[in-house]
Write a protein that binds this ligand. Structure first.
Ligand SMILES: *Cc1c(COP(=O)(O)O)cnc(C)c1O
Length: 393
């Protein structure tokens, strides 16, 4: 056991939500209000979230996966179209292309950051005739922002759209070529960006998601597809209304709306987002300092400006050993991620082990250790002590 006397009084997962009395009060107020769904909290949450990331438009949706699906629909992904993403992400980043019948292709990661390697994306694009690929879905993995200015140059050169999967990075940013901070999801470089409000993410609404964009046309299409492809807007109608009830279903959409209750919680959580982000960064700095001296522990992408730290990832020689050991100490780590191309579903589509050696090597050793705003210094020191106990023995 670690030498210090401190023992945590609760299990320590890799991530968890932070619900306060203010959150409870906000949801209670929404329950007492006139609408359980599609009330005033929805557009308020959208407006405040858009302002938070610096985008013009935001569309609240039922979860991050629905956000990705709506983006793929809005960008008209068609059967047979080819889209490039990273193998190091949650399956939904790729699945949204499959929902529309498109083909998913991958480019390997930069092992020092865990992000898709844009040089490899370029090589892939150059190896095929123009028009071979139609889109790019980069992921701000673990909270580190992809350099979307570079991705945009590439996309412009090869005629691609970009969906930024920013589920890990609300509040994160990269520094552009002019030295300016570019916030994840600000819509400057990507056509569309998506976020998730699953409880392990920075902002929790139970289930929930958001799409941000600066493109007014895409914004209107998203609103339409979010609610069955139905419109009541007089400006959009293709026929003469025959009464006050009149509305038109103009294309095949879905019910991907986010209820008022969840938006009320989201608003309350968003008000504390900067606080939570600051604590995540503080904890990451403490881990960086602790592991700088630990032989056998390598930190993924330490000390990067703008990192939003959804995850704190270390790599170790005996990952399974450490995972199992920490579990006996009530520390519940996780692996992010099993590379998508190694999933049985994607192997059935023709992908094989060895196709992306850098992400496969990363996967063999990575571990996401506890990182969430309510993790105390004492709990974190205990995590560090347990990891050191395992790796030095
Ligand atoms: C969480 C997550 C999603 C999906 O979000 P849900 O709200 O769980 O549907 C998509 N992409 C990434 C990178 C995620 O982390």
């Amino acid at each position: 056991m670690p030498t210090s006397a401190f023992r945590p009084t609760r299990p320590l997962p890799y991530g968890r939500q932070n619900i306060t009395e203010a959150d409870v009060a906000a949801v209670t107020a929404a329950l007492h209000a006139d609408y359980l769904t599609q009330g005033p909290a929805v557009s308020k949450f959208e407006d405040q979230f858009a302002a938070y990331v610096g985008a013009q438009y935001a569309v609240a949706v039922s979860n991050g996966t629905a956000a990705l699906h709506l983006c793929a629909l809005t960008l008209n992904v068609q059967p047979g179209q080819r889209v490039i993403t990273t193998p190091l992400t949650f399956a939904a980043s790729a699945n949204c292309v499959r929902y529309c019948g498109g083909e998913v292709h991958f480019a390997d990661i930069d092992p020092t950051t865990g992000l898709i390697d844009l040089h490899k994306v370029r090589a892939l694009l150059e190896a095929h005739p123009p028009g071979h690929f139609t889109g790019l879905i980069p992921v701000d993995f673990a909270g580190l922002a992809v350099n979307l200015e570079e991705a945009r140059q590439l996309a412009n050169e090869f005629g691609l759209w970009i969906i930024e999967d920013s589920c890990h990075a609300p509040g994160g940013f990269f520094i552009d070529s002019k030295g300016q901070e570019q916030r994840c999801g600000n819509g400057r470089f990507a056509d569309l960006a998506i976020f998730s409000f699953h409880p392990v993410k920075h902002i929790a609404t139970g289930e929930g998601g958001m799409i941000t964009t600066n493109d007014e046309q895409l914004f209107h299409r998203l609103l339409h597809l979010r609610t069955h492809g139905i419109t009541r807007d007089p400006a959009d109608l293709v026929r003469e209304p025959d009464g006050g009830w009149y509305m038109e279903m103009q294309e095949l959409g879905y019910n991907y709306r986010l209820p008022d209750l969840n938006c009320a919680l989201g608003l309350s959580q968003l008000a504390r987002a900067d606080e939570g982000l600051a604590r995540r960064r503080q904890l990451a700095t403490r881990y960086d300092a602790a592991f700088a001296q630990t032989p056998g522990v390598t930190i993924l992408a330490p000390g990067r400006p703008g990192h939003a730290y959804h995850l704190y990832v270390i790599t170790v020689p005996d990952r399974k050993g450490l995972y199992d050991f920490l579990k006996t100490r009530q520390i519940f780590t996780q692996v992010h991620y099993i590379p998508i191309h190694r999933m049985p579903y994607y192997e059935e589509l023709g992908w094989r082990a060895g196709a992306f050696p850098l992400v496969e090597e990363y996967y063999a050793h990575c571990l996401s250790i506890p990182l969430f705003p309510t993790l105390t210094d004492e709990e974190q020191d205990y995590v560090v002590a347990c990891i050191e106990e395992f790796v030095v023995r």
